[in-house]
Structure formats: C-alpha cells, structure tokens
Design a protein around this ligand. Sequence first.
Ligand SMILES: NC(=O)N[C@@H](CC(=O)O)C(=O)O
Ligand SMILES: [Zn+2]
Ligand SMILES: [Zn+2]
Length: 349
Amino acid sequence: MQQLTMTRPDDWHLHLRDGALMQSVLPDTARQFARAIVMPNLRPPVTTLRQAMEYRQRILAAIPRGVSFEPLMTLYLTDNTSAAEIYEAKASGIVHAVKLYPAGATTNSDAGVSDIRKTYAALEAMQRCGMPLLVHGEVTDSAIDIFDREAIFIERVMQPLLLDMPDLRVVFEHITTKEAAQFVASAPETIAATLTPQHLLYNRNAMLAGGIRPHFYCLPILKRETHREALVKAAISGSPKFFLGTDSAPHAQHTKENACGCAGCYSAHTAIELYVEAFEAAGALDKLEGFASFYGADYYRLPRNTATVTLRREDWQVPSSVGFGEHQLVPLRAGETMKWKLNEVAQEN
Ligand SMILES: NC(=O)N[C@@H](CC(=O)O)C(=O)O
Ligand SMILES: [Zn+2]
Ligand SMILES: [Zn+2]
C-alpha cells in the first residue's frame, strides 16, 4: 500500500503548555488532528471553568490561519473541586472531562489529589452529569517499584473507585501494561483507555539499552516487551474502548538531557505517522481509522469528523530539534527516518 486516506483523527490526550511554548507546539497538532483533549497540568493548574475558558481563548488565538482545530478543555481535579464547579463546567459545553492526577505522580501534579475520597462530591456530580474522569493511573507510594505502579493502581484505586461510583465514566489514560489492557477490556462500557505511540512502538530497551536515552523517558514509564505486545493487541482489537491519545508532552531539551530529567515524550511532530507505523507493523492498518478517528469521538459523545487526511509512503527525516519558545525541543524519532508522511487534509464536505 502506497497511500492511505482516512477520516481526520483526534488526539484524546495532549499537553499544549501555555504562552510561547504553546504557540511553538500547537501547529504540529492542529495540522493533523481536528480536535484534542487538552490536559490541565499548567502551573498553576486549570482548576476552574473560568481558567479553562481563558486558556481556551489563548489556544484559539494561536491556531495558524487556515487550519481548523478545536481544543476540548479539561479541569484539574483537586481535593477542593466542588460539585457546583462540575455542573457549571458541564453546562458550559467547553469542558469535556476532569483529570485526576495522584499528587506527585507526574509532571506538574503537586496540586493533585491526596486521597481520592476527598473528591467524592465532585465525582458524584460527574457521575450524575456524565462528565468523564481521566486518570493518570499510577500509585505514588515510594515503596512500590516504578514498573509496578500502574498495575498496583488498578487494585488499590481503580477497582474500589468503580465499586463506589459504578456509573462514573472513566478513561484510563496512557495505559502501559497488560494488566491495564485486560482490566479495561473486561470492565463495563463506561471504562475506556488511551494509548500513546511510544507505548505501542517501544519497550524499555529503547530507553535503557546501550546508553540512557532521556527522550524516551515518560510516565508511566516504558515497560517490557510483553506489555507492549498486549497494548498493540488492544489497539488493533477493534474494541471501541481503546483510542488514540498521544500524551505528547513537550519539555525543553536541556530539562530532559539533565541529571534529573523531566518525564514526557514530544510526539506531536510525527504523531499520526507513528501510529500508522505501529498499526502497519501489526498488519492491522484496516483497524487504524476506528482507533484514531471514531471511537474517541463516540466515547466523548461528539460527532465524528467529516474531513479526511491522506498519508503517503515516503521517507522523510525528522529534525534533530525544533524551536520551543526560546528553547529547543527534541521530538520522538529526532534525526531518524519516518516511513509515512501526512500529505493533505481535505476540508469538510
Ligand atoms: N506523560 C508524561 O511523562 N508527562 C506529562 C504528564 C503526564 O501525562 O503524566 C507532562 O505533562 O509532561
Ligand atoms: Zn499522565
Ligand atoms: Zn499526559
């Protein structure tokens, strides 16, 4: 196959940052994706409808001319999020989900939730109005090995939560283990998951064998090959529970190439092409459109896109870095060759 045309995809998990940094990375996403769920882990975090509306305006102002792109906003759940804030956010039509970061689990999560029971008023409101909860699913207990933090989170947090809130709609974000894939597959239809390109394409050897490669360091951390295989199986299963979420998470080069490097892979530059490679390697290109363009929209109860994108089989070289405000950013696959290239977006008919 030399060419692939499909419905324009959406990105259901994206970090855009803010200000000049956001202005540098937004065009990469807007060129490919019609919509994206924009993560709220700014400093300070986006915890109120008012902050989400202001952040949305800053994003809209930065969209390149002639490009159609819709940011779908989220709120950052804290121990103090009120039911009233949830109902107002829902009524606004611009907030599409609320994000749970266990305090200290990942980048800019110190304002996150210390004990999930403190958020039950907000979660009950979400359950009542059908607002999805997006979860960074890792325990923060320092006694738990970093490679086990997602699997343990299922037992300690996810299962009790779903017993207490059986109608809550939950997206288990950026899953990285066979345990999480199995949990989501066998859970009720209210439970879904996003999958990143790095977790479909790489195992932890990419990060640790033959030298330490900080640009593969993200959270949840890359796991061993058996887990990658289980994630690919879930992605190509045709189940509407699994959909595309890049978790593209830009950090300046000097903060990643550092004695204590930041967590996050910048995949937006080559996002859709990376997923094409992953699905082609699994012999499942026919399953890509559902995963990338249909199931997320269905889950979020939004219309599917009508525009199409066309990719061609064509070698191209990813730059060794791209501008990031006044800094540089190293994209996933920097300096390497991509096998597919997004050529055009045909506007809505
Ligand atoms: N994925 C990451 O490694 N980092 C994300 C936060 C997150 O999604 O956990 C970031 O904001 O940098
Ligand atoms: Zn996360
Ligand atoms: Zn993320």
